[in-house]
Design a protein around this ligand. Structure first.
Ligand code: CO
Length: 626
């Protein structure tokens, strides 16, 4: 078999080979688990170098589940040796992500804990087998003695029948704190009692959903000559686009070396962090998950089903993930690749020459879905004929619930059932290479000018362009009132107008992190305080909230990356974009939530000299009577 491309995901055979190296180095005794295991991508210069193949490496986070000792280990498959081993000081570095075996431990110790049982008994709940336990990452809220444990906090739900929807029946007012190393409940916080909401949320139950409608006729999407893309291993080509598709246990889908018309646009694109901070200040003030850094979104990737999850001429890629023993598991049909009609591309009926033309837009879709606890997230990347790139996250699944008694921080979604307000804040990492490595970023605002000698009727609209010269000045917020965008320009190539070729980032401009800047969460989710960050490329800067997000004391990730305030004008830069909605739930979001979308758009802006789609033919011969 041919050598893998340096950016191809690790294979099952490679994970096993890497595991053998870890074993041979004596790092994998019985209680040690893999909290993360994935490809250690070579630095960009090694990949782009014309000669030679970079060393093939894997990175493993290893935790001794009996002592809590944690290590970040890199092994070389090429040299069959451990390349580096960093022992974490978990008090300052943070904790490794939750591992698979933690879930079983938590369930067992919580159910068996007398304090917890007593708290449940006070609520009339005595059958522990009917309680569903949701272990939630703990953050860092003090007291120090708590923060220094490897711990989770636990909320409970009642699932009285086998097929009941447990999320409909939260047990509010009480939480158990579990030490994952000592494997015991060390604290039960019991603040108040509310009745457990009774109404069923079981949307599979005909008594809840009613009879299914029979009025929808079939929609079938056929491409009799097949799709217009090709997949050669992980190399995807469609029209003028090319890219390599990757997948990672932590980040999920990764896209590499995205090029258009053989010109580089993005060296690497992914969504390497997300945080879902809840806005309920009561005893659950700590509820905020970093789904990527704490739970690893790639681990929970769905296997997609043709005709159910995807319509059309679909090509699937499998994903190889690993369990906490480092054993690989192939998830079939994990990544969906297909082509979609996307309505009108351009259209004009000319009133002078009578030309009546219409062209149809298409997009290439690369996507996957993951289930993290109650929520399901679909990550979709779209590539259009006109050079537009979109990233869209589809949010669905079931709301995280509480009791409801009129508190302002929650919506009532069923009688006595609350759904606390929260944000979904994603961070996209866009290693931009617009026409090469030398790029810069400009902030572009629109402003109306006041009436004056040059603007007597007050209609002037000016474009205010600010070059973001250094990292500290590039932490920016969106401003919808000024139509703010950020333009990533090449500093080495110009178009026929002598202007730099560019791609413009259009944010959705939803609020950034709403937690108080003094909140413990704000220190850990520093990336979310700005919609934009621009950093000088550093292969170690991969995760916006730092490498070790779980119980991180704060300050890691983007705020630390920009502390050196490197020059970013004409440099090899990475653009980081925070996006996502404030979610004050609606009754319509219950019991299962219709997809809500968020994302951002990148459009060529002087990348081409004119509309690059004039060569697209009419969709059918009869479409241009003129
Ligand atoms: Co939500």
């Amino acid at each position: 078999m041919a050598d893998p491309h340096p950016l191809d995901p690790a294979t099952a055979a490679e994970y096993l080979a890497g595991r053998e190296i870890v074993v041979a180095a004596g790092l994998l005794s019985e209680p040690v688990r893999f909290a993360y295991y994935g490809l250690e991508e070579p630095p960009k210069d090694e990949v782009l170098a014309a000669d030679g193949t970079p060393d093939r490496r894997l990175r493993a986070f290893l935790i001794n589940t009996e002592t809590g000792e944690s290590a970040d280990v890199v092994v070389s498959l090429t040299e069959r040796r451990v390349v580096s081993e960093h022992r974490l000081d978990t008090k300052t570095d943070g904790q490794l992500p939750i591992v698979d075996s933690d879930f079983g431990v938590v369930e067992e110790v919580v159910r068996a804990d007398p304090g917890w049982q007593a708290a449940m008994a006070r609520r009339g709940l005595t059958d522990m087998s009917k309680l569903r336990i949701a272990p939630i990452t703990a953050g860092a809220y003090g007291p120090g003695a708590d923060d220094q444990r490897r711990m989770v906090r636990v909320l409970a739900f009642v699932q009285a029948r086998e097929h009941d929807l447990a999320w409909a029946h939260p047990v509010d007012g009480v939480t158990a704190y579990v030490d994952l190393v000592e494997k015991r409940v060390f604290k039960v916080v019991d603040e108040f009692t509310l009745p457990v909401p009774a109404e069923s949320g079981d949307y599979d139950d005909p008594a809840v959903r009613g009879p299914q409608r029979t009025t929808l006729k079939p929609i079938e999407i056929t491409q009799p000559e097949g799709p217009s893309f090709t997949l050669d291993g992980n190399l995807l080509r469609w029209q003028d686009w090319s890219m390599r598709v990757g997948f990672d246990l932590r980040e999920g889908l990764t896209l590499h070396q995205i090029a258009l018309a053989s010109r580089p646009v993005i060296y690497r694109a992914s969504v390497p962090e997300m945080v879902v901070p809840y806005g309920d200040p009561r005893f659950r003030y700590w509820q905020a998950y970093f789904d990527t850094g704490e739970y690893l979104v790639g681990k929970w990737v769905n296997s997609l089903e043709f005709g159910c999850d995807c319509l059309g001429e679909i090509a699937y890629l499998d994903a190889t993930v690993t369990d906490d023993t480092g054993e690989p598991r192939v998830v079939g049909n994990a990544i969906c690749v297909h082509e979609e009609d996307s309505g009108i591309l351009w259209k004009h009926t000319d009133i002078f020459n009578g030309s009546a033309q219409s062209r149809r837009q298409r997009r290439l879709v690369v996507s996957y879905f993951t289930t993290v606890g109650n929520y399901d997230y679909g990550f979709y990347w779209y590539f259009y004929l006109d050079g537009t790139i979109e990233c869209e996250v589809k949010m669905t699944g079931v709301l995280f619930t509480s009791g409801y008694y009129g508190q302002p921080y929650a919506a009532e979604v069923a009688p006595g059932l609350g759904a606390p307000v929260h944000q979904h804040l994603f961070s996209a990492r866009l290693d931009m290479t617009v026409d090469g490595l030398a790029n810069a970023v400009e902030e572009v605002d629109y402003c109306g000018l006041p009436i004056g000698p040059d603007n007597p009727y007050g209609n002037a609209i000016a474009r205010q362009v600010t070059r973001l010269a250094s990292e500290s000045r590039a932490a920016r917020r969106a401003d919808a009132s000024r139509g703010r965008t950020w333009r990533v320009i090449s500093t080495s190539r110009t178009n026929r107008f002598g202007q730099p070729t560019a791609y413009t980032l259009y944010p959705e401009a939803a609020p950034a992190l709403l937690a108080d800047p003094g909140a413990p969460l704000a220190a850990r989710a520093g990336f979310a305080a700005s919609h934009l960050w621009v950093t000088r490329y550093d292969p170690a800067h991969r995760y916006p909230a730092g490498d070790f997000v779980n119980q991180n004391p704060g300050g890691a990730g983007l705020p630390a990356f920009v502390a050196g305030d490197s020059d970013i004008d004409g440099a090899d830069i990475v653009v980081w974009h925070t996006f996502g909605p404030v979610h004050f739930p609606r009754p319509e979001d219950w019991p299962v939530m219709p997809v809500t979308r968020c994302g951002f758009t990148l459009k060529p802006a002087g990348f081409f000299d004119r509309n690059p789609t004039l060569d697209i033919p009419p969709p059918a011969p009869h479409c241009h009577p003129g």
